[in-house]
Structures are given as C-alpha cells and as structure tokens.
Design a protein. Sequence first.
Length: 131
Amino acid sequence: MSNNQFLTPAKAARGLGSAKSGTGHHIRQRVSAIALIFLVPWFLYSVIQAVQAGETGAAEWVSQPVPAILLILTAGATIYHMRLGMQVVIEDYIGKSSTRAALLILNSFACIALFAVTALSVLKLWIGAGA
C-alpha cells in the first residue's frame, strides 16, 4: 500500500502548485514571438539579397545603420526566445534540482555569450566599414 492513499488532495498538491511566474514567462515568450514574426521574414529576404550581392555587397549592406540595427534586434529576439523555450524544457524534464539549476545557469550564460558574439560581429562590420 502506498503512502499516497492516505493524503488529502490538498496535502498531495502542496508544493507542486504554481510558482507564480508562469504568466510573465508566457507573455515574454509571446512578445518575442510577435517580434520574430516581423523580423524573420525581413531577415530572410535581406540575407538572400546580401548573398546575391557577394561578399563586398553584404559587407556594405551591414555597414548601413538600419540593417545593422535590425540584425542585432533579430539576433536578440531570436536568442531571447530560444532561452525562454530552453528554460521551459529544462524545468519540465530535468528532475534533479541541482542539475536543473546548473542547466538554467548554463542556458542563460550561453545565450548571453551567443548574443554578445553576434552583436559584436555586426557592430564590427557596421563601425569598421566606415573606418
């Protein structure tokens, strides 16, 4: 016989309820998804045009302010959306709390590093092209 048979429904659910952060997380994920609805088609069209222009044409394209800013925004929204999604996967499927905490920290640091590298690469092309 299991000990769970003698627990009231409230006792069985205690500690397993809402962490009070789901709504905010849901809204952030939806806002980043809405931003990506507009940024990804622009990004795909622009990258195709830049590739067709060759290496020099692509470098000239990134050296313009609007494409550079939109590239950084696209990278930021994409990486942030990815971080939120990976957070949900880690929280839902990693049972051991210490492993879960380590993976959540790693997820955040990896996303920060990825964004930093991406943003600095775009900024180098944008600022370096004018020098």
